[in-house]
Ligand binder design. Structure first.
Ligand code: HMG
Length: 404
């Protein structure tokens, strides 16, 4: 492990160029929190299957007047408040819970935040990989035009059928971050390991609110993809395993990351047992344990938990593994920058978690949309959210959003 935590720590290792990376990052979530103890009680099972077995405590549930747009706008607003809009020429919105087959959810956010018109806005999709795909596209844009910045939003609501094995792994959150050259939080190294395999482990047909999943198969597909992406990363100039200080995995449930770290350490020839793997990853679990799966946002929430954990991380290398079912995955490296502490939002994030309203089983069921998408031409939503933005309803098939 590297131990260089000084102000002289490398900005990024690799191919001699100063890369782009993350300048600022923030999250938002749904209005309600649902403790998995209520689900366990309803199902008549030991809650430790959830708290310990899959490593999840609560999940966020959006109110009737919240969705990926309102959460994404709430997260992005805080990035804009701190950094302004100067230099932002692109807005990428990553999601797999899209609200329209044509229009990017990012365009609604653009309107809500009153962003300058001279911006291109696009939605990206590849299951949970969509956010990292957007990050890589953003890095390409800032490498070409280093004076430009890209606002990236990853926002998702994870829904499975009631009484299915995936039910305790639902959740909701959005992360927004600013990508630019010479970033203050995380510089991303050029080496990438990528891996695509056409597998049917998890998918969501257009007529469904809820995902279809082959749960156990998806766990195996994730682990195989990790090995594939890691080997490709090493074959493309990636650093050695021992040079990595922290690992940040996609966390559909936090125990999945433990399984992943056990597999990767085995592949690297220094196997860790379950307890040691869990201990090594613990600083990345704080937010996902409480928010549940947020699909494209989940890996960034792991990173935010590490950043907000209060340690001096300057110069530390973080190995990121993103997995999107279906399946596309990637392993890459970031170096935490000396000035990262000036940009943290730990208190703000804790307040967001604490502000959620706890609900019990009956209210959770009221908010669950069921399996199939029903045609809705006109509707008005009840005022519930405490977020700065709300989904007001549908008028002649058109979604309407406003400030709360
Ligand atoms: P399951 O089959 O109900 O659970 O669901 P299980 O019986 O395998 O038990 C889970 C763990 O709890 C086991 O530990 C049990 O031993 C333990 P493990 O063997 O795994 O270490 N356990 C207990 N521990 C303590 N006290 C107890 C107790 N009882 C049992 N009393 C499954 C598990 C993951 C299949 C389910 O949650 C699921 O289907 N989830 C959804 C799919 C998923 O998240 N897959 C992950 C990989 S795919 C991915 O990451 C992509 C994704 O995010 C989507 C995207 O890309 O868009 C999903």
């Amino acid at each position: 492990m590297s131990t260089d935590t000084t102000e002289n720590a490398p900005t990024a290792a690799g191919h001699g160029t100063v890369p782009g990376g993350i300048q600022d990052i923030a999250f938002a979530t749904g209005h309600y929190s649902f403790d998995l103890a209520h689900l366990a009680e309803k199902q008549g099972i030991d809650v430790n299957k959830f708290y310990i077995g899959i490593g999840q405590n609560t999940m966020s549930i959006p109110a009737e007047d919240e969705d990926i747009v309102t959460m994404g706008a709430a997260a992005a607003q805080r990035i804009i408040e701190r950094n302004g809009t100067d230099g932002i020429r692109t807005l990428l919105f990553a999601t797999e819970s899209g609200i329209d087959q044509s229009k990017s959810a990012g365009v609604y956010v653009h309107g809500l935040l009153d962003l300058p018109r001279e911006i291109r806005t696009i939605e990206t999709k590849m299951a949970c990989y969509g956010g990292i795909g957007a990050l890589q596209m953003a890095l390409g844009l800032v490498a070409r035009n280093p004076e430009e910045k890209v606002l990236v939003i990853a926002s998702d609501v994870a829904r499975y059928d009631v009484d299915s094995s995936g039910e305790p792994t639902q959740g909701a959150a959005a992360v927004a971050f600013l990508v630019q050259a010479d970033p203050d939080i995380l510089a991303i190294e050029p080496a990438q390991g990528v891996y695509t395999l056409d597998v049917q482990d998890f998918w969501r047909p257009n007529h469904r609110h809820t995902a279809l999943v082959d749960g156990k198969f998806s766990v195996g597909a994730y682990l195989d993809a990790l090995v594939g992406a890691w080997n490709d990363y090493r074959a493309h100039g990636g650093v050695e395993f021992d040079d990595i200080d922290w690992f940040c995995y996609h966390q559909p449930f936090t125990k999945m990351a433990v399984k992943a770290h056990m597999r990767l350490t085995e592949e690297a020839g220094t196997p860790l047992d379950k307890a040691a793997a869990a201990e090594a990853l613990a600083p990345t679990f704080g937010y996902n344990k409480q928010l549940g799966n947020s699909y494209s946002a989940s890996i960034f929430l792991g990173f935010l938990a590490l950043l907000d954990s209060g340690q001096n991380l300057a110069g530390n290398r973080v190995g990121f593994f993103s997995y999107g079912s279906g399946a596309v995955s990637e392993f890459f490296m970031g170096v935490i920058q000396p000035g990262h502490r000036d940009h943290l939002r730990a208190e703000e994030h804790q307040k967001i978690l604490d502000a959620r309203e706890p609900i019990e089983y009956d209210r959770y069921r009221e908010l669950h949309p069921g399996t199939l998408v029903q045609p809705v031409e006109n509707s008005t939503t009840e005022r519930r959210t405490a977020s700065p933005f709300r989904f007001e309803g549908i008028d002649e098939g058109s979604r309407h959003y406003g400030r709360s």
